[in-house]
Design a protein around this ligand. Structure first.
Ligand SMILES: C[S@@+](CC[C@H](N)C(=O)[O-])C[C@H]1O[C@@H](n2cnc3c(N)ncnc32)[C@H](O)[C@@H]1O
Length: 728
């Protein structure tokens, strides 16, 4: 049964039990399901002991006993959807002991073949027993991925390094390991990196982290380092639950926070149950420290039960089942109360965009569709910000004109229809923000020749910025005439309807055509556009506005005034392997717009380049920036490319941003943009990533090229725009 009804945590709503004992699989699965869990991780082999490789049989000799329980114990549907097989942990393919190696090879092949026979979707594998010395293990995994094309392999790894550290009891009674950072050889992430490189970044090779051992305090345990990796499951020893003073079975705050991350990343949790051992503490009524106890709103406690030594083979008795159920209830409680995962998606439709690669729009070359405009228009924050910026631009237009006429700053009396809350004096920084969407306001009709200010909305789409301009005029009391210029004939049709239905007659003139060809009779005071892409200039705002700029009078104002692009290195197995799925050379030389979720930004974003409007003409719209990112963190990482963002100053201090640190609250018009690399590269701990990115232009197109120069040189991506460009 799902842990809760939330839609934002993906597969994390399904929790499991991982059995680490010889058990009756039928009864264990039933116990697991009855206690609320959705799947059982069970050993593939009947015995956890080393199994000698079978020797050739002599005629008449009895075959060796079966190494696994019969597949007829469960239906094939149960084997494939409710049971996940686990490979024997004694297997050691890199052992110096030749006999153990041989037994291991045979046993691994047997068990994986048996899991395939059972149509299992995934199979759990032990950590490489010798850490980085795992070449044979890596080869065996790669071989299994090739021979079992429908099965995923989840390699178990400890969250904290296991080898030889001084251990101490943590607050929850579990073990914690010393704080010293692990050497590369002791770092489970390095083992993982070796295995996944050997398996060519297969999407079916996954990580299952065992979080039962945490780093010693004060280090904060975190899954952040694994966010961009193919992490699918988290294992947690069921014995780490403790009764708090109310008698609820709870986890320490540190484990709660780790599970919160797992839920947010859509990672499934499985409780490791070692027969009755994990429930033995339930005889204890000692309260755990306040800091680790749950609030009183935790689920009602199950009856604490005293246990005798567990029966063998291990079947949970009634009390133990209650202990298991209490743990599921607590997981469900944590799941339901965990903060929202991701960027505030509220519907399943929005969730569908998570980590989904989209080609950037080309609004100049292509004609956008109705549903694309509809999506833009749903973002109220964007348009209220524009309205505010246009209002400030109108006010400054009139102030400048009055100043020029009188030689000094003259107060302007607003007409009676103006919004009294809007000041027409110089900006004192207290202008009211337009955060609340009101019914559209209309200023009085005004012919172009009578207008105090001419506003042109270039690239008007279906007209939301025209409405924002009229509303700003109404608010400021400035008599305006608005020109709406649009080259998409289908959007022009909508503008025509709005012209008659929305009271635009006498206030708005429609111009169907390319803004670069428009020659108005009177120059405009305020040139409004929204031609921005996720990387700022990538939808050709600079080129379009250069072409339209001649319509702006001397001293006129552009909204936006400027925009800048930002870049940061990114670790993201999911996006890179999805890009690889596109097969052609273009796949790694095309930027993709994507709402990122399972991606880790390796260093804070840096400013790449900027455009300012109006721009000195003839404008040079080529740019080149070399950036150096210091990557420090919990250890080495892998870089799969770069994430791009932009911010813009619309006018007079009104800004929009999709850079995480300054993101405009509530605005969702733009997702970040992903620039992949041909080959993911290893980034040593405390090292530097250097990248150079070019914006190149020619008569007919604009494109980006990017080159990594450190820590390892890459090829130049997208030379001469061979794979991706934006058509002019
Ligand atoms: C990103 S959309 C914005 C539309 C609208 N302003 C909004 O905010 O919903 C950009 C619009 O500019 C139009 N456009 C792009 N280049 C243009 C050009 N050179 N001349 C006229 N319209 C252009 C596109 O057709 C599209 O409708």
């Amino acid at each position: 049964m799902p842990l809760g009804q939330r839609i934002d945590c993906g597969e994390a709503k399904y929790a499991g039990v991982s059995l680490h004992c010889e058990a009756d699989i039928v009864q264990s699965l039933q116990d697991c399901l009855e206690c609320g869990f959705d799947f059982l991780v069970a050993p593939l082999a009947s015995s956890p002991e080393r199994r000698p490789a079978p020797v050739p049989q002599t005629p008449g000799q009895a075959p060796p006993p079966p190494f696994a329980p019969s597949d007829m114990l469960l239906s094939s549907a149960q084997w494939s959807s409710q049971v996940v097989g686990r490979v024997s942990s004694w297997i050691d393919l890199d052992s110096p002991d030749l006999a153990l190696r041989r037994d291991s090879e045979v046993a691994l092949a047997q068990e994986l073949a048996w899991a395939g026979h059972l149509s299992q979707q995934a199979c759990i594998l032990p950590p490489p027993p010798r850490g980085l010395r795992c070449a044979r293990y890596a080869r065996a995994l790669n071989h299994a991925l090739m021979t079992q094309p429908n099965m995923a392999l989840w390699v178990t790894l400890p969250l904290a390094p296991p080898a030889g550290e001084e251990e101490k009891e943590d607050e929850a009674g579990g073990s914690a390991v010393a704080v010293d950072p692990p050497s590369a050889a002791d770092d489970p992430w390095e083992w993982w990196h070796l295995l996944r490189c050997a398996c060519d970044h297969s999407t079916r090779l996954c990580v299952a982290l065992d979080v039962s051992r945490l780093p010693a305090e004060p280090a904060e345990p975190s899954l952040e380092r694994w966010r961009g990796e193919n992490l699918r499951a988290v294992f947690l020893d069921a014995a780490l639950f403790k009764p708090n003073r109310h008698g609820h079975w709870v986890l320490s705050k540190r484990l709660q926070s780790v599970l919160g991350e797992a839920f947010a990343y859509g990672v499934q949790v499985a409780l490791t149950v070692d027969g009755g051992r994990c429930f033995k503490n339930e005889t204890s009524r000692e309260a755990v420290p306040e800091e680790s106890s749950s609030s009183s709103s935790a689920p009602a406690p199950s009856r604490p039960v005293a246990f005798a030594s567990p029966p063998s083979p291990q079947v949970l008795d009634l009390g133990q089942r209650e202990g298991l159920k209490a743990r599921w209830e607590y997981l469900s409680y944590l799941f339901r109360k965990a903060p929202p995962a991701g960027a505030g998606e509220t519907s399943a439709g929005e969730l569908g965009y998570r980590d989904y690669l989209q080609s950037p729009l080309q609004p100049l070359q292509d004609n956008l569709e109705s549903q694309t405009y509809e999506t833009f228009e749903a973002d109220a924050i964007k348009y209220t910000s524009y309205e505010e910026a246009i209002a400030r631009a109108l006010r400054d237009t009139l102030l400048t004109r009055a100043r020029n006429a009188d030689g000094e700053q003259a107060p302007i009396t607003p007409p009676e229809y103006a919004d009294p809350s809007f000041s027409l004096t110089a900006d004192d920084g207290n202008a009211p923000p337009c955060h609340v969407r009101r019914p559209p306001l209309l200023p009085p009709p005004c012919a172009p020749e009578d207008a105090e200010a001419i506003v042109a909305v270039v690239g008007a789409g279906r007209g939301p910025l025209v409405a924002a301009a009229l509303s700003a005029a109404s608010k400021t009391g400035v008599r305006v005439h608005v020109f709406a210029v649009e080259k998409n004939p289908n959007a022009v049709l909508t503008l025509q309807h709005r012209h008659s239905l929305d009271g635009w007659a006498g206030r708005v003139s429609l111009v169907a055509g390319d803004m670069r060809d428009w020659k108005p009779r009177r120059q405009v005071d305020v040139l409004v556009s929204e031609l921005l892409g996720s990387f700022g200039d990538n939808e050709l705002s600079p080129e379009c506005l250069d072409g339209a700029q001649s319509v702006l009078r001397e001293g006129g104002i552009c909204v936006p005034q400027s925009y800048a692009s930002f870049l940061a290195p990114l670790s993201t197995h999911k996006l890179w392997t999805d890009a690889r799925g596109f097969k052609e050379v273009e796949r790694f030389e095309t930027p993709y717009v994507v709402r990122m979720h399972r991606a880790r930004v390796l260093a804070p974003p840096q400013r790449v380049h900027e455009f300012v409007h109006p721009a000195p003409q003839p404008a040079d719209n080529e740019r080149c920036a070399s950036l150096s990112f210091s990557v420090d963190g919990q250890g080495a990482s892998v870089c799969h490319g770069f994430v791009g963002y932009f911010d813009t100053e619309l006018y007079g201090g009104v800004r929009l941003s999709i850079v995480p640190e300054t993101h405009t609250p509530g605005m969702n018009s733009w997702f970040p943009i992903y620039f992949p690399v041909h080959a993911p590269f290893y980034v040593p701990k405390d090292s530097t990533i250097e990248v150079t990115i070019w914006r190149k232009t020619s008569r007919h197109k604009v494109w980006y090229e990017w080159l990594v120069t450190s820590p390892v040189p890459s090829v130049i991506h997208n030379p001469r725009g061979r794979s991706y460009y934006v058509g002019l």
